[in-house]
Design a binder for this molecule. Structure first.
Ligand code: SAH
Length: 432
C-alpha cells in the first residue's frame, strides 16, 4: 500500500476548494440514505426489487423531493476530517510509474454492460467517496493527479468498471513541465521560483491589480528580492497559477494556454460568441484529456467498430475529445449538458472533426427518465459507456474563505448520474 496523508492546515487553496465542494456531496448523500426506504439502502447492491419497481421509485415523489430540496446547510464543521489520499496519487498506474496493481476483481453488481466512468474532485471530507462508492456498486475509486500526465496538477477520483490492464497514453505526450508547455516564460523565470507544475486550473483568474502589486513589490530589489518578498510572490503565484512574462512581471494563463494544458485542441473553446469568462469557467471544470484518455484507452480494442456513449454533464466534451483522440469511433453520443455555451462548443467540435456518427444533445440530466432512456436504447441497441463528472461548484478565488457562494443544489446531481446509470443497466438487462 502506498503511504497515506491527510490534508491538514497546509493544504493548498485549490485542495480546500475541492474539499468544501465535496463536503456538499457528503451531506446530500447522507440525507438521501436516511430517507431511502430500508430495502433500498445501497449495501452493496443499491436497490433490491425488480426493474419495474426501480423505475417507479426513481419517478416517485420521494426521490424527486430530495432533488428539489437542494442543499440547505453548507457550513462545514471546523474539524471535518478529510479523506486520506494515497501518495503518489497514481491510481492503478500512470504511464511513467509501474502499475502497482495489475488485476482487480470487480463486485458482481458493477460488471457491465455498460462500462461506466465517474469523476469528481479527490479531496473530500471523509465519507464522501465511501458514499459515492457504495452507490456505484462498491467499486474502489482510483485517485489520480494529472501532474503525472501533463504540466498541471488536477487531483481527481475516478470510479469505473473498465479493465486496467494494457492502458496506453495519448501520443504525442503533452509537455510535462511548465517550461516545456510555456517555453517563452523560461527567459523571465527567477531561480527562486522552483515550480515545475501548475496547480489545479480554476474557473477564474486573478485581478490585474494583483499582478501590478506583485510587480511593485519586486521592483526595488533588482532581481534579488528578500525572502519575505519571495514568499509573498510565490504564494500568490501558486494560488493563482501566475507565470513569468517579463521582468518582475507575472500574468495569469491565457485561455488558449489552459486549453492546451488540459489536452484540448487549439481554439476548442474559442469563437462563436463565447466570452473569455465563459472559456475559463468551462475549462476550469473540464476533464484533463490525457488523464481520462489513459483510463479509456482499453476501450479501443474492445470496440474496434466504435461505441455508443451516454455522456452526462458533458461540459466542453472532455470525454468525447479523449475517445476521438484515442481513435475510438463515436457511433452515437447522447450528450447531456445544461449550459448552452458548452453544448455549442461540443456541437462545433463534432462538426469540425467530421464525425461520422450521431450526436444527440439534451439539456438537463434530471429530465432524462426511464422512458426516454428506453427509447434511446431501443433506437441504437444500448450504451457501451456511461461517462460523466457531476458538478462540484468552485468558489470564486476571492470568495474562497466564504461558503456563501456554494450552490449545493448542484452537488446532488451525483445521484442523477447514479440513477441514470442504474436505469441503463436495468433496461439493458445486466441487472434485474
Ligand atoms: N467533464 C466535463 C465537465 C463537467 S463539469 C468536461 O470535460 O468538460 C459539470 C458540468 O455539468 C458543467 O458543464 C455544468 O454546466 C453541467 N451541469 C450542471 N447541471 C446540469 C444538469 N442539471 N444537467 C446537465 N448538465 C448539468
Amino acid at each position: 500500500m502506498p503511504p497515506l496523508h491527510t490534508a491538514g492546515p497546509e493544504a493548498s487553496i485549490e485542495e480546500l476548494t475541492d474539499f468544501i465542494c465535496a463536503a456538499q456531496v457528503s451531506k446530500e448523500a447522507d440525507a438521501y440514505l436516511q430517507e431511502l426506504p430500508c430495502e433500498a439502502k445501497p449495501k452493496p447492491n443499491i436497490f433490491s426489487g425488480n426493474g419495474k419497481h426501480k423505475r417507479k421509485f426513481y419517478e416517485h415523489e420521494l426521490w424527486r423531493k430530495k432533488k428539489q430540496k437542494g442543499y440547505q446547510n453548507t457550513a462545514l464543521d471546523e474539524d471535518t476530517e478529510m479523506i486520506r489520499l494515497p501518495i503518489p496519487m497514481i491510481g492503478f498506474g500512470v504511464p511513467t510509474e509501474p502499475c502497482p496493481l495489475i488485476h482487480r476483481t470487480l463486485p458482481e453488481a458493477a460488471i457491465g454492460p455498460p462500462y461506466f466512468y465517474y469523476e469528481n474532485v479527490a479531496l473530500a471530507p471523509k465519507g464522501v467517496w465511501d458514499t459515492i462508492k457504495r452507490f456505484l456498486y462498491d467499486v474502489d475509486p482510483e485517485f489520480v493527479d494529472s501532474k503525472f500526465f501533463c504540466a498541471t496538477a488536477r487531483k481527481r477520483g475516478y470510479i469505473h468498471n473498465l479493465p486496467i490492464k494494457n492502458r496506453f497514453p495519448l501520443l504525442p505526450l503533452p509537455p510535462q513541465t511548465i517550461h516545456e508547455a510555456l517555453p517563452l516564460t523560461r527567459k523571465w523565470w527567477p531561480s527562486w521560483d522552483q515550480r515545475t507544475h501548475l496547480n489545479c486550473l480554476q474557473t477564474c483568474i486573478c485581478s490585474a491589480k494583483l499582478t501590478e502589486r506583485i510587480r511593485k513589490s519586486l521592483e526595488p530589489w533588482d532581481g534579488e528580492p528578500p525572502m519575505h518578498v519571495q514568499n509573498y510572490v510565490l504564494h500568490e503565484c501558486r494560488k493563482w497559477n501566475l507565470v513569468w512574462v517579463g521582468r518582475n512581471k507575472v500574468a495569469p494563463l491565457e485561455a488558449d494556454e489552459v486549453e492546451m494544458l488540459l489536452g484540448f485542441p487549439r481554439n476548442h473553446t474559442r469563437g462563436g460568441g463565447i466570452s473569455r469568462t465563459d472559456r475559463y469557467k468551462s475549462l476550469g471544470n473540464s476533464f484533463q484529456v490525457d488523464t481520462v484518455a489513459y483510463h479509456l484507452s482499453v476501450l479501443k480494442d474492445i470496440f474496434p467498430g466504435g461505441i455508443n456513449v451516454l455522456s452526462l454533464f458533458s461540459g466542453i466534451g472532455g470525454a468525447e475529445v479523449a475517445l476521438h483522440r484515442l481513435g475510438v469511433p463515436l457511433k452515437t453520443v447522447v450528450s447531456v449538458e445544461i449550459s448552452e455555451v458548452n453544448r455549442n462548443i461540443v456541437r462545433s467540435w463534432w462538426e469540425q472533426t467530421n464525425q461520422k456518427g450521431t450526436l444527440i444533445d439534451m439539456t438537463d440530466v434530471q429530465e432524462l427518465n426511464g422512458d426516454r432512456l428506453e427509447q434511446l436504447i431501443g433506437t441504437f441497441g444500448g450504451f457501451d459507456l456511461v461517462i460523466g463528472g457531476s458538478p462540484c461548484n468552485n468558489l470564486a478565488g476571492s470568495n474562497r474563505h466564504s461558503r456563501d457562494g456554494l450552490e449545493g443544489k448542484e452537488s446532488s446531481l451525483f445521484f442523477d448520474y447514479f440513477r441514470i446509470l442504474d436505469l441503463v443497466k436495468c433496461i439493458m438487462g445486466s441487472k434485474q
